[in-house]
Design a protein around this ligand. Sequence first.
Ligand SMILES: [Zn+2]
Length: 304
Amino acid sequence: MRSKVWIAVVAVLLVLSMVGGGIAASVNRKNREAETTTKGEETPEKKPGGKEEPGTKASDETTTEPVTDESTTEEPETKETETKNIDKSKPMVALTFDDGPYEGKTDVILDILEEHPGAAVTFFELGDRMLKYPDIIRREEELGSEVGAHSYGHRRLTELTADQIAEDFKKQQKVFQEILGHDMTVYRPPYGKMNADVHAQIKAPLIIWTVDTKDWSHDNAQKLIETFKKEGANGMLDGKVVLMHSTKDSTVEAMKTVVPWLIDEGYQLVTVTDLARYGYDTEMKAGKDYGYKFFTGLGAAKQE
Ligand SMILES: [Zn+2]
């Protein structure tokens, strides 16, 4: 069947080419002219893997990266924010962990979160450590947690010049682009220290905290658990941002009890961005700070 069709097609083409040889030639020339002009117009925008073989390799290599970046960053991000299953009428708390990532600690926190689908936290990570453990950073985001920035190398920003702050910020922003393919969403300045230069140079919302657990001051998991049971009873942590550190084994150990306890108490574990968005109906702005005066707590407001 197929071969017969092909023979017929070839025969028709032969006849046509003999009859209209002259016409075909001029048409062909016109087509080619049209092709070259449209190609010339398109190349600056697209570079669609043209027929010109020699010399295109170098430019092809440089164009492939941004193209894939665009397609991967846009799609999943918008979907994620839309599918968040957060109940505004129920208590929500934002646990935050600074100074990571640490192998054997941050990944253990992630293991705990993974056992409780929907539970998310925010990690305020250091740029130089992010480069050491890019897989941990990507897993944080994959599990629905938020990767925040905590400067590149934990220098006290208020002791730097405006240019140095800007440089530190850009250096870490580049790390975010390299590992996650997008800009940072939130930033916590080291030691919570800020001044006018920090507000001007850090192009992300500046997040402080409502509750400082002081987990850095001891190695006692039980003490941290008790802090949560005291601060978190009766929905008192609703709407609050809790400061902890991913540098401490005792903090990681405590989370094995604290995470399920908070969930049993009716808390939704949410990221800082989602706490602002769903708890306070606020899209946080770059360069503005959000601390205990903003994350005041929602429990009292609900009782009124
Ligand atoms: Zn820190």
